[in-house]
Ligand binder design. Structure first.
Ligand code: ASP
Length: 603
């Protein structure tokens, strides 16, 4: 069908023509982005993934060709052979890279017609998201999506190149496997050959990468799809992509250096230079300073201001004297109206007995000296918003199993409530404080997490990470006697309030792995039936090892300045876990179900 090209090769993409190409005969192939009919002249912008070039059909020059050009409609696929010509100075378009030239057409082929599409790639206003996802192939033709998908490619390539140069092998692991405990529900695949049995799609390649260490591949990575059936949010997808890696004989610092190295390469591929090494912060400090384990360092930290109050002030305000009083400061917010102040209260999610004082002016009016001390200690200027979070007078004393921790559960409740409000206020007043600048990337490592969390409902300790995470050597003896105080050799890498990834040094001894399963309330039998193969593998000479996994989609989303993962995943799912383009999931035929030995209950 492209016989007409003869020996002429496609040497130019539509977005590549420049003034220096003037005089050249060339061919452009692409979509009709726009057609303007000026009577004896027809202008057609031809588009491909590199951009657009204006093509001119002149009646005077070639009447038959001009007539054919009248047939062109948006999104027709065409080939135009012609000569590149400089535009007159007054018609140069400075807004596009090809704006100095145009192609004067000598020949036109309509390679394919197009129905009038529900929306056009060149539309200035965006179609609603359902339409965009249903007609994803049209949506992907838009400049912004072409940019995002190219960015994703470049970022992934830079990471692969970096890791390969560091001696990592990319090794595939199965998608049809068994459950991996990352804390979500599994997607299951029924087996036809063994009716009544199921594969699980991996929530991560965790056990396989550890087995690859046992198998002697001491530096592994994989840019890999993971599957988790959980409630979706803007930054979650049922299938998502991780940059997964594992090393033998690492100290945590070796893992961190590797991640800092590939992130540097990835950000550079997107045109940004980042500074390494990243800041490192203990979990306890992150909680005390930011009230959260994924601090956004662009906003001021919390300030502990209890010592600014006299015991009398605290009593009058019904504030607990033994618990922290923290000030949230959001710079440059200015005077708030009554309504704006009232709007803060519903934003506050009180944990434990935490209370909010959203009207700092009232506190200041009542206790001017105290107010001045709070302003001074938190470094607040006259325009800064201050909100206080404290414990209510009756909260505090408790005999919680985690009471001995550096940050007690009652303190944690206050810090965590303040931390969430700080983030919410930071977002709400972003335009006022102006601290969320594009390209301002504040990375950090959060380390030394507690090994276990106490489940208040079930009254038992649960793993804070997956159960292959190693405790600190010094804490091994507390596994059974004092689980609250056991720290994990786990770490998260955080960027601007988003957790990009998490990892850990692993347990490499079978006896300790058993102990951890036991401490998590798993019986010997359960451990054996779920992870017997792994416990056995650990007995055949397992090197110490550790690793991490980072979300590729999130990294690209941040680099693209996008609001949702769907903007950087070519074929994403909706919040209801649907693919609107192919219309999945769907019911299957009775025959398929019978083959699988499955009966579906009618609702
Ligand atoms: N498997 C973990 C996850 O997916 C990461 C790791 O520990 O390497 O979050």
């Amino acid at each position: 069908m492209l016989d007409f090209l003869g020996d002429l090769k496609r040497t130019h993409m539509c977005g590549a023509l420049r003034a220096s190409d003037a005089g050249e005969k060339t061919i452009l192939m692409g979509w009709v982005n726009r057609r303007r009919d000026l009577g004896n002249l027809i202008f057609v912008d031809v588009r491909d993934r590199s951009g657009v070039t204006q093509v001119v059909f002149s009646e005077e020059r070639n009447a038959a060709l001009h007539e054919k050009a009248e047939l062109l409609r948006n999104e027709f696929v065409i080939a135009v052979i012609g000569t590149v010509r400089l535009r007159d100075t007054d018609t140069v378009n400075r807004n596009i890279p090809t704006g100095e030239v145009e192609l004067v057409a000598d020949e036109l082929r309509i390679l394919n017609e197009a129905k009038h599409p529900p929306f056009l790639p060149g539309d200035t206003s965006l179609a609603n998201e359902e339409m965009r996802l249903k007609y994803r192939y049209l949506d992907l033709r838009r400049d912004a999506m072409q940019f995002n998908i190219e960015l994703r490619h470049k970022v992934a390539l830079a990471i692969r190149d970096y890791l390969a140069a560091q001696g990592f092998f990319e090794i595939e692991t199965p998608f049809m496997t068994r459950s991996t405990p990352e804390g979500a529900r599994d997607y299951l695949v029924p087996s036809r050959v063994q009716p009544g049995t199921f594969y699980a799609l991996p929530q991560s390649p965790q056990l396989f990468k550890q087995i690859l260490m046992i198998a002697g591949f001491d530096k592994y990575f994989q840019i890999v799809r993971c599957f988790r059936d959980e409630d979706l949010r803007a930054d979650r997808q049922p299938e998502f992509t991780q940059i997964d890696l594992e090393l033998s004989y690492p100290q945590p610092e070796r893992v961190w250096e590797t991640v800092e190295g590939f992130l540097t390469a990835a950000f550079r591929a997107a045109g940004h230079d980042i500074k390494t090494p990243f800041l490192r912060m203990d979990y306890d400090d992150a909680i005390r300073q930011y009230g959260i384990d994924k601090p956004d360092l662009r906003l001021p930290a919390l300030t502990e201001v209890r010592d600014c109050f006299t015991p009398g002030d605290l009593a009058q305000l019904a504030i607990n004297q033994d618990l922290p009083v923290v000030a949230i400061r959001i710079p440059g917010v200015g005077e708030l109206s009554r309504k704006e102040r009232d709007d803060i209260k519903p934003m506050f999610v009180a944990k434990g007995g935490a209370r909010v004082f959203e009207d700092f002016k009232r506190v200041e009016n009542r206790f001017p000296e105290t107010g001045a001390r709070v302003r001074q200690k938190s470094g607040a200027g006259a325009d800064d918003l201050i909100v206080l979070v404290a414990g209510s007078a009756q909260s505090g004393k408790d005999d919680h199993p985690a009471q001995k921790r550096k940050v007690t559960p009652a303190e944690l409740a206050i810090y965590a409530s303040a931390g969430l409000l700080r983030v919410a206020l930071g977002q709400k007043y972003a335009a006022k404080h102006g601290l969320f600048k594009r390209g301002d990337y504040r990375f950090l490592w959060v380390t030394n997490f507690p090994m276990f969390e106490y489940d208040d409902q079930d009254k038992r300790w649960v793993a804070a990470h997956h159960p292959f995470t190693s405790p600190h050597d010094q804490d091994m003896d507390k596994l059974e006697s004092d689980p609250a105080m056991v720290r994990a050799l786990a770490y998260d890498v955080v960027l601007n309030g988003t957790e990009l990834g998490s990892g850990s040094i692993r347990i490499h001894r079978q006896d300790i792995q058993r102990k951890i399963f036991h401490a998590l309330g798993m019986t010997e039998q359960e451990a054996k039936s779920r992870f017997g193969f792994f416990l056995e593998a650990l007995e055949y000479g397992t090197p110490p090892h550790g690793g991490i996994a980072l979300g590729l989609d999130r990294i690209v989303m941040i680099l693209a300045g996008a609001e949702s993962l769907r903007e950087v995943i070519p074929f994403p799912k909706t919040a209801a876990a649907k693919d609107l383009m192919v219309d999945a999931p769907t019911p299957v035929t009775d025959l398929q179900l019978r083959d699988l030995g499955i009966q579906v209950k009618k609702k």
